[in-house]
Design a protein around this ligand. Structure first.
Ligand code: F6R
Length: 242
């Protein structure tokens, strides 16, 4: 595991975007694993700038998103589908047919999730996976638990996560209680993983992860410690308890 501490959010975002851009230039049909939330927004802005100003080409890139709230339609402004089109896909030249985001409206969830993992494999697996981290250590929506699920699956969100994500909704009762998420196995199979964290509220979990030096299902992000090619990029605030 490699650790980079950057001065602030902007520097963290630029560093992450640069890693993505370098990989896309090396392999134009790169398979990206993408995340939503506040953390990657700066990275996406920088990738959009690189597309517009430096001709970074996404025409052969394939993407798989980590997760989606269960019960939200893709046109719901709070859905992760909506987020991705607003914050990235509508502003770069990725092909619609190369974009994969879990559908929060499917009825046969079990088969749908199996098929999502099969699709990832069909494209040769994820080359580089972008992750944020929850204040409780979740990655995707793999919440701390006694056991973690390997493949893509439907999961219950914890109180912590519902509370943290309520900032995007009018009230806490509107936050969905379930989500479809790639599993720990689907994430760990990525050839390269990039986890980003910024801000003081992420300092305790980052300290626990890095100083702890243990792998535990109670801190799903800790599995990055045993991934052969994982990089953690954080800003100085998130590093303040190291
Ligand atoms: C989002 C996701 C989540 C977030 C995490 C951090 O697709 O999978 O694990 O990365 O909840 O969220 P932010 O970035 O909003 O602090």
């Amino acid at each position: 595991m490699q650790l980079f501490i950057e001065k602030d959010y902007l520097a963290m975002s630029k560093k992450a975007a640069q890693i993505f851009a370098d990989e896309i230039r090396k392999k134009p049909n790169l398979v990206l694993g993408l995340a939503t939330g506040s953390t990657p927004m700066g990275t996406y802005e920088e990738l959009i700038r690189m597309h517009k100003e430096e001709g970074l080409d996404f025409s052969q890139v394939v993407s798989f998103n980590l997760d989606e709230y269960y019960g939200l339609t893709p046109d719901n402004p709070q859905s992760y589908n909506y987020f991705m089109f607003e914050n990235l896909f509508n502003k770069i030249n990725i092909k619609r047919e190369n974009i994969h985001i879990p559908d929060g409206t499917v009825k046969d969830v079990e088969n749908y999730c199996k098929e999502y993992d099969i699709q990832i494999e069909k494209f040769g697996g994820i080359d580089i996976q972008l992750l944020g981290i929850g204040v409780n250590g979740h990655i995707g929506f793999n919440e701390p638990a006694d056991e973690l699920v390997v493949g893509t699956h439907l999961t219950d969100l914890t109180e912590d996560t519902i509370k943290a994500n309520s900032r995007f909704f009018e009230s806490i009762d509107q936050v969905p209680t379930k989500a479809i998420t790639m599993g720990l196995g689907s994430i760990m199979k990525a050839k390269k993983i990039l986890l980003l964290a910024n801000g003081k509220n992420k300092a305790p979990i980052i300290a626990k992860l890095i100083k702890g030096g243990v792998v535990t299902t109670q801190n799903p992000a800790s599995f990055l410690l045993i991934h052969p090619d994982s990089t953690i990029i954080i800003d100085e605030e998130a590093a303040s308890e190291l």
